[in-house]
Design a protein around this ligand. Structure first.
Ligand code: TYM
Length: 340
């Protein structure tokens, strides 16, 4: 069976609509066809200053949301990154075959470090993409008959990190012998970059968007509807896909199409002459229909801490088994002394 791995940071009290459409929905779908590994990446979350109690809470909320979205711990391995120490270990090895300049070219690092100011940027933020490469490559499909397929469902903003991961995998294979299958980015066509509702040319983002620009998965229905009704459009009236001139409407059309399944051209026809009000009203209903049950399930799951712990223990055990097998090969290839 093909394999899939992905990760998400527990850096907010809720995931948002961009996370859901760009990645998490695909996570849920792929658990049926792939051997799936999904991790909440708390090691990545400490690359910027953080509060320990908040991180612990957000990690639990993250897991509850993933389960509420339909991830089934029987079918997918759901785990917390820090509970599988091999992630940090492989990151070290990969860091030793990464060029300094190569890491310096990562645009997310450049953006984030610019925001932190020179004093605030950490080495951890710099090596963040190398840890991400380790997250992925630890779960490389094992040798066997047939083609080895390895996919990573993410949004557009992770494309460069995926490219680096492939480069590092290739370099490792070349220097030390064939070890890693090159992973492929699995990026949805129309929901790869959901934009800010108030600033529709910028990415919807936990760290950069204003509260009005972002739809949280765990948001109450009232404010959720309001934000959609108040989303920035343009002075025209036509519900038409036009990235250049109608970024706001285009973003809403993408969201609508992703949730409803109708192609964008069909939606343009459906709303011909209807105006933005009706379009937004229907979109709000769609978004609420999607997230209300997820929110209710997530809140219920958070009441049962023991069950969440059991899911995570089991997930860490299963992920750890695979990670340890990969690291055994890596250690041998790199020339580390055996442990007898
Ligand atoms: P993170 O936690 O920022 O985001 C989680 C996922 O959501 C996607 N995403 C979006 N998709 C569409 N539109 C948006 N506005 C939007 N905002 C976020 C992201 O592309 C991502 O897929 N570095 C990763 C976490 C990570 C990871 C990994 C991912 C760590 N290790 C291994 C894949 C494999 C990140 O910061 O995602």
């Amino acid at each position: 069976t093909p394999r899939v791995l992905s990760g998400i940071q527990p850096t907010a009290d809720s995931f948002h609509l961009g996370n859901y459409l760009g990645a998490l929905r695909q996570w849920v779908a792929l658990q049926d066809t792939h051997q799936a590994f999904y991790c909440v990446v708390d090691l990545h979350a400490i690359t910027v200053e953080h509060d320990p109690a908040t991180l612990r809470r957000r990690t639990r909320v993250a897991v509850a949301q993933l389960l509420a979205m339909g991830l089934d711990p029987e079918r997918a391995t759901l785990f917390v990154q820090s509970q599988v120490p091999e992630h940090a270990e492989l990151a070290w090895v990969l860091g030793c075959i990464t060029g300094f300049g190569e890491a310096g070219r990562m645009t997310q690092f450049k953006d984030k470090s610019a925001k932190q100011g020179t004093g605030g940027t950490t080495v951890g933020l710099f090596t963040y993409p190398i840890l991400q490469a380790a997250d992925i490559l630890l779960y490389t499909p094992e040798p066997g008959p047939g083609e080895r397929v390895f996919q990573v469902p993410v949004g557009e903003d992770q494309r460069q990190h995926l490219e680096l991961t492939r480069t590092l995998a290739q370099r490792f294979n070349h220097r030390f012998g064939d070890t890693f299958v090159l992973p492929e980015a699995y990026i949805p066509e129309n929901a790869a970059k959901i934009t800010d509702l108030q600033e529709p040319t910028a990415k919807m983002s936990k760290s950069a968007s204003s509260p009005q620009g972002i739809i949280d998965v765990l948001e109450e229905p009232g404010p959720m509807r309001k934000k959609i009704m108040r989303a920035v459009t343009d002075t025209g009236t036509e519900v038409r896909y036009d990235e250049e001139n109608k970024a706001g409407v285009t973003n809403l059309l993408r969201i609508y199409s992703a949730l409803d399944g109708a192609p964008i051209a069909d939606l343009e026809r459906r709303y011909e002459g209807a105006g933005y009000g009706q379009f937004k009203k229907d979109l709000a209903a769609l978004v609420l229909d999607t997230f209300t049950p997820i929110r209710e399930r997530a809140l219920k799951l958070l009441d049962d801490q023991d069950q969440l712990d059991r899911v995570l223990d089991e997930g860490a055990a299963r992920a750890g088994e695979v990670a340890r097998r990969t690291m055994e090969v890596v250690r041998e290839r790199v020339g580390f002394a055996g442990r007898g």
